[in-house]
Design a protein around this ligand. Structure first.
Ligand SMILES: Nc1ncnc2c1ncn2[C@@H]1O[C@H](COP(=O)(O)OP(=O)(O)OP(=O)(O)O)[C@@H](O)[C@H]1O
Ligand SMILES: [Mg+2]
Length: 264
């Protein structure tokens, strides 16, 4: 559905991304992007979002080439982002409901009369209630603020979500619930995720396909199970051995289950 070919992004003399080919299939699907700090993961995400201009290469969405300069509004809606720090995207002086309403109005996703109902639906979708709409961001927990960020992304009915370290700022028990939420939303809205993460257990849980970046290039990719458990490149093996606790797939769901059990 989304295809990048030969994607290259330069910042002055720095080549942040170099000749990357990447495909994000129609959802529900998950593509993982891993690699050491500074390898170019966020830059790929920003290029796909149209926030930075590639210096060469192409991006095709639904069979159409994306123009370099003027990214169409329909594309801006189709590809949404959820970042590590939900506070960056939220206005501290606006109530949550008003911030969701703003997205609905800006993108003409609802008539004036439909807005309140749509806000309730979106909050329910991320397991919040209408009561949360009346609060300001500082009156929510970090996990709840992340849910609001996800609701705002869902407000424009996207097909693809770029998730850049979406749970790294959260406590581990909160992380597990947000991952449950990502799994449910993906199923219910047929979303495709490009998940950028240093946490290989998160990648293992959400992604069918995984790509490994090193110095701006993809050095290994394939089914997540193989890339993480039987990496062929020395670099991936080193990334993998940096997290000795990474469980096998069977154990992963078991431990998530145990964690939910412990949470009651
Ligand atoms: N706006 C910018 N201007 C100049 N250089 C940039 C800019 N954004 C990123 N870079 C450089 O591009 C390279 C890739 O950065 P990027 O943020 O994509 O890495 P990353 O893989 O997301 O790292 P991390 O895991 O730490 O988030 C780095 O060398 C970085 O310094
Ligand atoms: Mg990054």
């Amino acid at each position: 559905m989304l295809e990048a070919r030969g994607l290259t992004v330069r910042f002055g003399s720095t080549v942040a991304v170099s000749g990357v080919d990447l495909t994000i299939p129609r959802g529900p699907y998950g593509v993982g992007l891993i690699g050491e700090s500074g390898s170019g993961k966020t830059t790929i995400g920003r290029a796909l979002l149209g926030f930075v201009q590639p210096s060469s290469g192409s991006i095709h969405y639904a069979g159409q080439e994306l123009p370099r300069r003027r990214v169409p509004d329909s594309y801006r809606r189709a590809v949404q982002v959820v970042l590590q720090d939900p506070d960056g995207a939220l206005n501290p002086r606006m109530r949550i409901g008003a911030q969701i309403a703003e997205v609905l109005r800006t993108h003409r996703m609802a008539t004036r009369a439909q807005v309140p109902g749509r806000i309730r639906e979106l909050l329910a979708d991320v397991d919040l209630t209408a009561e949360h709409a009346e609060r300001f961001p500082h009156q929510l927990s970090g996990g709840q603020r992340q849910r609001v960020g996800i609701a705002r992304a869902l407000a424009v009915r996207p097909q693809i979500m770029i998730l850049d370290e979406p749970t790294s700022a959260l406590d581990v028990t909160v992380q597990a619930r947000i991952l449950d939420l990502f799994e449910r939303l993906r199923r219910e809205h047929a979303l495709s995720y490009l998940l950028i993460s240093h946490d290989l257990a998160v990648v293992q849980r959400l992604c069918m396909h995984t790509m490994v970046m090193y110095h701006g290039e993809i050095v290994e990719e394939g089914p997540t199970e193989r890339v993480l458990n039987a990496p062929q490149q020395g670099y991936t093996q080193r990334l993998r051995s940096a997290v000795p606790q990474l469980p096998s797939r069977g154990h992963a769901s078991g431990s998530a289950h145990a964690l939910r059990g412990a949470l009651g």
